[in-house]
Design a protein around this ligand. Structure first.
Ligand code: ADP
Length: 368
């Protein structure tokens, strides 16, 4: 009898993983490295966690399946190696096939400048030559229409390859969509969770985002159904958490970080941004007044072992830029433009580090 991988796979497909009820091949738990040497067979099974209670029973069932359905003569050699993926990702649909990196911008509470950071980070990345999309998912306070002065824009749909797709608005070299184009913010509270989530899914899956290097999502503050929709439907590269230096804001930021690092969610934190880190009069940028306390976010970043991506001062022009539809990041020759350019560089660096490590796997040997 000649063994070949398909025979082994067919046998393994008879084994169910009790955690999900799916067969282990369908569940993607059999690695594509089945080795055959005569009647000797070795293969790897992937489990999400080293502590998975089903490891032993699944390994045993896999061996039995091969001996039963292939041949009693098969010798399963050495130990079956179990790869536990510590960064277990949710089963993310491939909703954005042309997008390299998906980054959520979040904050523990409202008013800390999350949308300001998201908009300026998007502009700064685009200025550095990246292809960038920005989705404003903040149903309770959509700000992209105002911050990019596209309040009157009405995105239209176009049939592309037989599908009706929403065409994002283009401004300053970015592709933009906002839930605010579709929902009257005054009625946002009337939107039940499911409705908002469905609208959002459409803005992601049924829009012509095309090829992008960075897709930024400006999330609502705190936690909500919207967050669940995002983490369940997208393979997020990571999250950027924005906070101001006050203790109350930091306490919420800590909760915000924890929300992403929960076992079930497991989204890497790319880092923390300290917004309103100090007040600087535009004409005297070397003068710093620490209105909300000093370096609170920096300490939180150290405590939680996440990178501090940047510190953005309070400058009147940031607020004015937001109100007038001209984000300050458009002009790198200002203190504020510079701060966002540096933030963009830090985000790119952390993203690249993440991508280089992906997936962090960890091999343990299961002794029989
Ligand atoms: P959030 O999205 O967290 O609710 P916003 O980005 O809407 O917060 O910011 C709230 C307000 O603070 C806006 O008016 C914005 O222009 C202003 N703002 C945000 N960051 C700064 C800053 N660094 N300097 C000056 N004003 C800022």
């Amino acid at each position: 009898m000649t063994l070949y991988p398909k025979l082994i796979l067919d046998a393994l497909a008879t084994v169910r993983y009790p955690g999900t009820g799916k067969n282990i091949v369908e569940a993607g738990m059999v690695e594509d490295n089945i080795r055959i040497d005569g009647m000797k067979v070795s293969f790897s099974l992937i489990f999400q966690k080293q502590t998975d209670p089903f490891i032993r029973s699944v390994v045993k069932a896999a061996e039995t399946a091969i001996l039963t359905y292939v041949s009693k003569e098969v010798e399963i050699v050495g130990n079956i190696s179990i790869k536990t993926i510590q960064q277990a990702r949710p089963e993310a649909g491939n909703m954005l096939p042309g997008v390299q990196n998906i980054i959520a911008i979040s904050s523990g509470k409202g008013g800390v400048g999350k949308s300001t950071v998201a908009a300026n980070l998007a502009v700064a990345l685009a200025k550095q030559g990246y292809r960038v999309g920005l989705l404003d998912a903040d149903i309770f306070g959509p700000s992209v229409p105002k911050m990019f002065q596209v309040e009157d824009a009405r995105p239209y749909a176009e049939t592309i390859d037989g599908r009706d797709l929403i065409i994002p608005i283009e401004k300053y070299g970015l592709k933009l969509l906002s839930i605010g184009f579709f929902v009257d913010p005054d009625q946002a509270t009337l939107w039940r969770g499911g409705m908002a989530s469905n609208a959002l899914k459409q803005l992601i899956a049924d829009a012509a985002w095309g090829e992008l290097d960075y897709f930024l999502i400006d999330l609502p503050p705190g936690t909500s159904d919207i967050h669940l929709t995002i983490v369940q439907n997208l393979a997020l590269t990571g999250a950027v958490v924005v906070s101001t230096p006050q203790q109350v804001a930091l306490a919420d930021a800590r909760k915000g970080i924890n929300m992403f690092t929960l076992d079930k969610v497991n989204v890497p934190i790319l880092g923390l941004v300290e917004n309103m880190a100090w007040f600087t009069p535009a004409e005297l940028p070397q003068n710093r007044y620490y209105l909300f306390g000093r370096e609170g976010a920096k300490r939180l970043a150290e405590e939680m072992n996440v990178p501090l991506l940047g510190q953005i001062p309070i400058v009147q022009s940031i607020c004015e830029g937001g109100d007038s539809g001209m984000p300050v990041a458009l002009d790198e020759n200002t203190v504020t433009g510079q701060a966002f350019a540096e933030l963009a560089t830090a985000v790119v660096r952390q993203t690249e580090l993440r991508n280089a490590n992906q997936p962090p796997t960890h091999i343990v040997e299961v002794s029989k």
